[in-house]
Design a protein around this ligand. Structure first.
Ligand SMILES: [Zn+2]
Length: 243
């Protein structure tokens, strides 16, 4: 009798190796472990991840609307007022700030368990891009939509803000990489592949052909919205059961 009880106490948690008594044991995916370790193994068990990826989804919708407005505005009006045309950079940078901040939450949420460093880098890059967009927005609102070179007045375009554009491109590349890393850790899905391809394509031409870049960005955010929001079905909910 005494020896049997002793064997009971020698069951170890498969993850942390701690000795477990009967009341502490749980079964998760066929393995016997302590409850703490089983909770840690569940990929999306922390409920905080869902609001985070939904925020990223909202960020993608804002990014989509921002690029629709900006691209249509250029398409429709730049031919009508070729000399005095002013790009709507106030709403553009405003929309980008919200997009980048919200997507920062999503990049944190999708990789924070298996690729913690990647989730931090993604988040910081998004916030850096949001800060540089904020400086550009501040300049456009306070200094105005024109600049002067050799006593000639020119309207500001996106090209006037190379730092904001450079950090935006960095943000898009890091977002694509974060989604790739997430795919490597879960399973390959079309929505992930398509969003990565669109994000990377949009960075290639973002500074050159604006109309095309605009529509590619719209498509990238539309698919990325699907990517972030579908995260809640991304993992099967596996039960932790007491033994
Ligand atoms: Zn354990």
């Amino acid at each position: 009798m005494v020896e049997n009880n002793k064997e009971d106490t020698e069951v170890k948690c498969i993850f942390c190796g701690r000795d477990l008594n009967r009341s502490e044991m749980v079964r998760y995916r066929g393995a016997i472990s302590c409850r703490d370790c089983a909770e840690k193994q569940k990929p999306d068990s922390n409920p905080i991840i869902r609001p985070f990826v939904y925020l990223a989804g909202i960020g993608c919708l804002i990014g989509m609307l921002t690029f629709i407005y900006f691209t249509l505005h250029i398409t429709l009006y730049s031919q009508v007022f070729p000399t005095s045309y002013i790009q709507p950079l106030g709403p553009f940078f405003g929309g980008m700030i919200l997009t980048q901040v919200f997507v920062a939450f999503g990049l944190y949420a999708i990789n924070r368990i298996h690729l913690y460093q990647a989730s931090i880098i993604g988040t910081l890059t998004s916030l850096l891009a949001a800060v540089s967009s904020t400086f550009a927005l501040f300049d456009f609102i306070t200094v105005g939509p024109y600049f002067i070179v050799n006593e000639s007045v020119f309207p500001k375009t996106l090209d006037y803000y190379p730092t904001a554009m450079a950090t935006y491109i960095l943000f898009v590349i890091v977002t694509a990489l974060a989604i790739l890393l997430h795919m490597a850790n879960t399973k390959t899905e079309y929505v992930s592949i398509i969003s990565v391809v669109l994000f990377l394509l949009s960075t290639l031409i973002v500074m050159s052909i604006w109309i095309l870049a605009g529509f590619l960005n719209i498509a990238a955010y539309a698919v990325a919205f699907g990517f972030f929001v579908s995260r809640k079905q991304g993992h099967e909910e596996l039960q932790i059961r007491p033994l």
